[in-house]
Design a binder for this molecule. Structure first.
Ligand code: MLT
Length: 411
């Protein structure tokens, strides 16, 4: 007889963005003529950089000829991409990463979700709250938590509130933890951690034999020079941190799929007999067993963003989205709303007016202004009373959304 993994039953019915989509679909059915503007899921709207398109066309042509056709590639990724990643994102910032410490994948959502498999099921996880729901949900599925309580918290998880009250810099856990998820720039708050703040976490992990799982998917959106782009800018991080990066938001690969994970060979964790093991070797074993590599064509497209023209095109796209962020941030501030993020990240995090619960504000915005955002409560209990808008929309739609909020929303 087959039994289910009952941990799945602990999860709320729908993944956050599926629930948003469900509510929008219901509204559309009832109001077929509504001109709905979607600033909910952080999905890009600009096409891929021309350099990537050209590289992928060329790669398709290679696949069409017997002499240049490629079948299975290296599971870890092709050298041409790994070398370009290291040179452009690490060596250029004085960080040493070796090629066998980089694992190319089909995107960092998969990696952030799968990484927990190499840790013991009784590891205690710490997550900043609010944060990208994948970290928590995948650990719930794996049985690393208890049940969901009435307070919106899963038992056995160390939630690290990250709110206006602490300037979005969460305090260190007040209980022992083993795996610490940090997302910087943070999704959903759009805020970042300074070098000193990150140093605090690296020191904590070193002192407590914990591992930091650092999601830097939005690093390309950092505009302020002092904000670290990589956790490896912090002394000692190479012993305790794994870093996730993505081409999705950097270069419009949300539908094309490519990301990578960096695991320095110096990051180790203990087996129950006390012996220490490099996590790089465990992940490599997992990756080569469960994954057959990202498509060659896609990796060529990803590598092309590191050419001179690719870098220019990526910078232009990011500037476009960050201008949207400015429009949203300034437009909402002018209405007297408390607004955060949008300076080093493509997300704007706002306090709901009159302390409205997040989902109520979601409905209000949808019904009164036909604008879709993401309720803060969907990112964790400390997100209640907040709301996220994405800067990844089309410019005209973004301007129209702000004008509608100004004109139609009864604040
Ligand atoms: C988001 O809206 O938070 C992201 O698009 C989700 C993701 O990157 O998977």
């Amino acid at each position: 007889m087959a039994y289910i993994n009952e941990n799945y039953l602990k999860l709320p019915g729908n993944y956050l963005f599926a629930e948003v989509a469900r509510r929008v679909a219901a509204y559309r059915e009832a109001h077929p003529d509504a001109d709905i503007i979607r600033l909910g899921i952080g999905d890009v709207t600009l096409p891929l950089p021309a350099a990537s398109i050209a590289a992928m066309h060329a790669a398709v042509d290679e696949m069409a000829k017997k002499e240049t056709f490629r079948g299975y590639g290296p599971e870890q990724g092709y050298d041409f991409l790994i070398e370009a990643i290291i040179e452009n994102n690490y060596t250029s910032r004085g960080i040493t990463v070796s090629p066998d410490e980089v694992f190319v994948s089909d995107g960092s959502k998969s990696d952030c979700g799968n990484i927990q498999e190499i840790f013991s099921t009784d590891s205690v996880i710490a997550i900043t709250d609010p944060v990208y729901p994948v970290y928590l949900d995948t650990n719930v599925m794996a049985g690393r938590t208890g049940a969901l309580g009435a307070d919106g918290r899963f038992a056995g998880v160390a939630y690290l509130p990250s709110t206006q009250a602490n300037n979005f810099a969460p305090a260190l856990p007040d209980q022992p933890v083993d795996m610490i998820y940090l997302c910087c720039p943070n999704n959903p708050t759009g805020t970042t951690l300074s070098k000193d703040e990150l140093k605090k976490w690296v020191d904590y992990a070193r002192e407590n034999d914990a591992v930091i799982l650092f999601d830097a998917a939005y690093a390309a959106y950092i505009t302020e020079p002092d904000v670290p782009r990589s956790i490896y800018e912090i002394d000692g991080a190479r012993d305790v941190a794994i870093e996730f990066r993505s081409f999705s938001k950097t270069a419009g690969f949300t539908g094309t799929r490519c990301g990578y994970t960096v695991i320095p060979k110096t990051v180790t964790a203990k087996a129950k007999d006390g012996s220490r093991h490099p996590l790089n070797a465990l992940w490599s074993r997992r990756h080569s067993t469960k994954f057959n590599g990202t498509a060659y064509i896609v990796q060529r497209g990803a590598a092309a963003i590191y050419t001179a023209e690719g870098q220019k095109q990526v910078a232009e796209n990011i500037a476009y989205y960050m201008e949207n962020a400015r429009i949203i941030r300034e437009g909402l501030s002018a209405l007297g709303l408390s607004v955060f993020g949008g300076v080093n990240a493509p997300y704007i995090w706002l306090k709901t007016p009159n302390n409205l619960p997040s989902w109520e504000f979601f409905d209000k915005l949808l019904h009164e202004a036909n604008v879709v955002g993401t309720p803060g409560a969907g990112f964790g209990p400390s997100g209640e009373g907040y709301f996220r808008l994405t800067a990844f929309g089309d410019r005209q739609a973004t301007e129209k959304a702000i004008a509608r909020i100004r004109e139609k929303l009864a604040l």
